[in-house]
Design a protein around this ligand. Structure first.
Ligand SMILES: [Zn+2]
Length: 101
């Protein structure tokens, strides 16, 4: 399985759609991760999130992943994971369900 560098800079607030349920919540801000990735891998990282992540508007080495309040723990899971390992599609899938089983 392909692994990509994905280093969370922490959890903040951004406009966007939840990467788990897809729920857009404008104009309110959602919890988000801004993560540093390899520029050459950025599009593949976004694809790994089924395009529910997006490129940072001005930093092309960063991607933004948002979650709604119901799925904030999925974001925390990703944040912690990004501190200890590279990211795989299996990790993304696990983050969507692991906090709830
Ligand atoms: Zn959600």
């Amino acid at each position: 399985m392909e692994r990509y560098s994905f280093r969370s800079r922490g959890i903040g607030l951004e406009q966007g759609s939840c990467f788990v349920c897809g729920q857009p919540q404008p104009p309110s801000l959602l919890p988000n991760i801004c993560a540093v990735v390899n520029v050459s891998e950025r599009e593949r990282v976004i694809k790994m999130f089924d395009y529910k992540a997006r490129a940072h508007a001005s930093r092309n080495d960063q991607v933004i992943v948002c979650a709604c309040k119901d799925h904030e723990r999925s974001l925390e899971y990703l944040h912690v994971l990004s501190k200890i390992s590279m990211l795989t599609k299996a990790d993304v899938n696990a983050s969507k369900v692991a906090p709830y089983v």
